[in-house]
Design a binder for this molecule. Structure first.
Ligand code: PEP
Ligand code: MN
Length: 624
């Protein structure tokens, strides 16, 4: 068992904890892991020491954590990100692996791969060696199947995932496959684990049918201890007494695993349920529960599938599920990015030196701010960032070529448009080339020991104050504006003012050693900000789904009606229409318009021309 002490544990508290352990007849070894004190305790078999977790100075008791060291989060607090080609698994972007249970033919594999790619899957799965429960069932196409997988990768650009069932297959697998899957039945095949542990390939380790989480992590430890640190966990349902579903999906494994280990965790709702109609609800729940992604079986003709047809989604069902996940992801602080692969490729092209530093993105705010999070969720965590002190500086950095893209907030769901950035879009020759939506949750943070009653002033960005207005108006505090939320946190720490607090994200508290005095203080939990990515040119030539325009209509009856009529006639859906006063010309207005069409495409050109005739000013801010 392991006892983890709080960073602030006093000598007295430690002495008391030692006495308690002695009373319980345990011996202990005191070790330091990072800057943490961690006590390794030897208890008698079956002895329950969980009560020690309530002692002052003890953060928590971890049962038998001695077993997995390399997999343990306590030894590696940051999340591990496993790179599969352009696709980082773990972190802020969801990864969806989709494809058939087994490769059955070239046509089948390519058809399904194209379909799942269109829907936003970033990795393709397909078994070539199938460990079936019955020796009489289809056992997979073996090497021929792997060759087809390699062709799928060639044609679609999707990296591939396939199961390895024996160390003998290692060489073949290395040649054809990007992620080696260890199936549930082989989770404790230690020779196989050691074998993949010696390879330089990401491994997707499924949880065994009847394995405890601890046994599962111990299997991960086998792979890690051989030197391969690229391990992705996958919960796929465990065997219980419930016969209605094929297995019972243990969703509670997600928060447990997240706490115990730094490795990313995916959920396979297909094998977990065995029933097509149960797959989407479990997939949605998995994302809501914090999974890093999913592995899902999809088949174009499930009724003819040679294995696992009843649990395979039709491509249309998979598409609908992905749309739902796209909506759910920001609620839990993640993104499902439909342009993931294309963007990664564009980013790689823009950085021929392969150094991300040649493609910096300018933004206001350092690590811990929501702008920073938006940037890493949009471009990936390796992107280089140019810090700007103002939104104008962001635009200048891009216009002058010091950054290739800029990222600025454009609109908040509680406080409305950020007019400053609309004005900058009008005055600089830059376009919106992308957008990303983030849910913003704020907490009131204080230095350890601060009480709410003693507060006199609060530090944060003025926009944050606006989003927390209801909470703040109930108080009598002085509001001190800072450049961003993290600057507020830093100033709070540096000045040591006991009557001050800062407003920032909850995660900032842990990173800076502050306490959360109150969380969820934004005026409404549905608090989203839409960030725009701006650049001199779009990063893709593909048709885009959405565009933003600014227009001004002549001052005559029916002028706006004419403009709106044009959209109606051309079946263009508007998703935003807002008027705002024009600076220096009182009582005249501009309109911000967002529409679901690519305003820069050839197809849209006639609409744009007709629009130009009906307006005094028309600017396409970008299509994205
Ligand atoms: C599979 O992914 O097709 C498979 C056989 O999964 P599991 O090992 O989880 O049963
Ligand atoms: Mn299967």
């Amino acid at each position: 068992m392991i006892l983890i002490l709080t960073p602030a544990a006093t000598d007295e508290q430690k002495a008391e904890a030692r006495r308690a352990l002695r009373r319980d007849g345990c011996s202990l070894k005191e070790i330091e892991v990072g800057n943490r004190e961690v006590w390794e305790v030897k208890e008698s078999p079956g002895q329950d020491l969980s009560h020690l977790g309530t002692l002052p100075g003890v953060e928590r008791v971890v049962a038998s954590a001695v077993g997995f060291k390399l997999a343990a989060r306590d030894n590696h607090p940051e999340d591990t990100i496993v790179h599969v080609g352009d696709v980082p698994v773990g972190g802020g972007r969801l990864v969806v692996i989709a494809g058939p249970c087994a490769i059955e033919s070239r046509e089948q594999a390519l058809t399904i791969a194209e379909a799942v790619k269109r829907c936003g899957a970033v990795l393709f799965r397909g078994g070539a060696f199938k460990p079936r429960s019955s020796p009489y069932s289809f056992q997979g196409m073996e090497e021929e199947g792997l060759r087809i997988l390699a062709e799928v990768r060639e044609v679609t650009g999707l990296r591939t995932v396939s199961e390895i069932t024996s160390p003998d297959q290692a060489e073949l697998m290395l040649a054809y496959v990007d992620v080696l899957q260890i199936g549930a039945r082989n989770m404790q095949n230690f020779e196989l684990l050691k074998c993949v542990g010696r390879l330089d390939k990401p491994v997707l380790l499924k949880r065994g049918l009847s394995a405890t989480i601890e046994e599962w992590l111990m299997s991960a430890e086998y792979i890690l201890s051989e030197g391969n640190r690229q391990v992705i966990l996958c919960e796929r349902g465990i065997r219980t007494f419930e016969p209605y579903t094929r297995n019972t999906l243990d969703l509670s494994a997600i928060p447990v695993v997240k706490r115990l280990t730094h490795l990313p965790i995916l959920i396979d709702p297909s094998h977990a349920t065995g029933i097509r109609e149960k797959v989407a609800p479990m997939a949605r729940a998995a994302i809501a529960a914090g999974a890093d992604g999913l592995e899902i079986e999809v088949h174009n003709e499930p009724e003819k599938a040679l294995s696992d047809g009843p649990q395979s989604l039709f491509p249309e069902q998979f598409g609908q599920l992905m749309r739902d996940l796209h909506v759910i992801a920001p609620v839990v602080g993640k993104q499902l990015d439909f342009d993931y692969l294309e963007k990664a490729r564009a980013v790689a092209q823009a950085a021929p030196s392969a150094a991300a530093a040649s493609l910096p993105v300018a933004l206001v705010g350092e690590a811990g701010t929501f702008s920073h999070k938006a940037c890493t969720q949009y471009f990936g965590s390796e992107v280089a960032i140019v810090s700007a002190r103002s939104y104008r500086q962001v635009f200048e950095a891009v216009a002058e070529g010091r950054a290739r893209f800029g990222l600025v907030p454009l609109e908040n769901s509680l406080t409305g448009s950020v007019h400053e950035n609309y004005d900058l879009l009008l005055s600089f020759d830059l376009k919106i080339v992308g957008e990303i939506l983030l849910r913003l949750e704020y907490a009131l943070l204080g230095r350890p020991g601060t009480k709410l009653e003693q507060l006199r002033r609060v530090l944060s960005h003025p926009e944050v104050f606006r989003q927390c207005q209801e909470f703040l108006t109930a108080q009598q505090w002085e509001l001190v504006a800072t450049q961003d939320e993290v600057t507020a946190v830093r100033q709070l720490k540096e000045k040591g003012d006991p009557a001050a607090a800062a407003i920032a994200s909850r995660e900032t508290a842990a990173a800076h050693g502050l306490e959360v005095l109150q969380q969820g203080i934004e005026a409404n939990p549905r608090n989203y900000t839409r960030f725009a990515v701006v650049g001199a040119a779009p990063w893709s030539k593909e048709p885009r789904r959405k565009s933003s325009l600014i227009l001004q209509t002549p001052n005559r009856p029916g002028a706006l009606h004419d403009v709106l009529g044009l959209f109606a006639q051309n079946n263009v859906n508007l998703v935003k229409l807002e008027s705002r006063p024009i600076h220096g010309t009182p009582w005249e207005y501009l309109f911000y318009v967002d529409l679901e069409a690519d305003a820069e495409s050839e197809a849209f050109r006639p609409v744009l021309e007709a629009l130009r005739e009906r307006t005094d000013l028309l600017v396409v801010l970008g299509a994205y």
